[in-house]
Write a protein that binds this ligand. Structure first.
Ligand code: AMP
Length: 191
């Protein structure tokens, strides 16, 4: 099973990704988490990514693509994976297509969480207080939303054209959203 979870920053992708990945017995691969781990370990990748992350900008495609390629080459991802936060640009879609085609598999589904933009910003401001993430200041939050609308939302149409997008209402209780996702995915045959 090869899946993507999409939605604007703060839509609850990470939370839902864990449930979905656990259900299918595949790793949830979050590019944001991998970048943050590298930042906290002070690796060269972390040093490079931090400049962009702190400003709410996207890390360059070349850097991000290489990182994802390495991650999905790991043994735990051979039977499948759930990508959270990737792809975010059209160039990343193309790169991912190539990576998946190379293994002779296909992308099974894209789960797209739809949410109320204003409520999201409130959620993120709250999370900023609790977790103190460097990229959760108000300006950065707004920039991240802007980039999502400009660069990432168009990907929904690209995948929609392939007939693999499941638009899921991401508002409400976490368990209700999970239930909606599972109901939608059950109609997708497992490979
Ligand atoms: P996230 O936790 O998914 O919101 O990601 C946090 C930050 O990591 C983003 O604001 C970007 O700076 C960077 N990032 C994560 N995934 C990507 C990606 N696919 N392409 C470019 N930058 C990314």
């Amino acid at each position: 099973m090869r899946l993507i979870i999409m939605g604007p920053p703060g839509a609850g992708k990470g939370t839902q990704a864990k449930f979905i990945a656990e259900h299918f017995g595949i790793p949830a691969i979050s590019t944001g988490d991998i970048f943050r781990a590298n930042v906290s370990q002070g690796t060269p990748l972390g040093v490079e990514a931090k400049r962009y992350m702190d400003a709410g900008e996207y890390v360059p495609d070349e850097v991000t693509n290489r990182m994802v390629r390495n991650r999905i080459d790991e043994p735990d991802a051979t039977t499948g994976f759930l990508l959270d936060g990737y792809p975010r640009t059209l160039a990343q879609v193309e790169e991912l297509d190539g990576m998946i085609a190379f293994t002779g598999h296909r992308l099974d589904a894209v789960v797209c969480l739809t949410v109320d933009q204003d409520e999201i910003v409130q959620r993120l401001l709250q999370r900023a207080q609790v977790e103190g993430r460097a990229d959760d200041t108000e300006d950065v939050i707004r920039r991240r939303q802007e980039l999502y609308v400009e660069q990432t939302a168009p990907l929904i149409e690209v995948y929609g054209g392939r007939g693999i997008v499941h638009q899921i209402d991401g508002m409400g209780a976490v368990e209700d959203v999970t239930k909606r996702i599972f109901e939608a995915l059950d109609v997708v045959p497992e490979s």
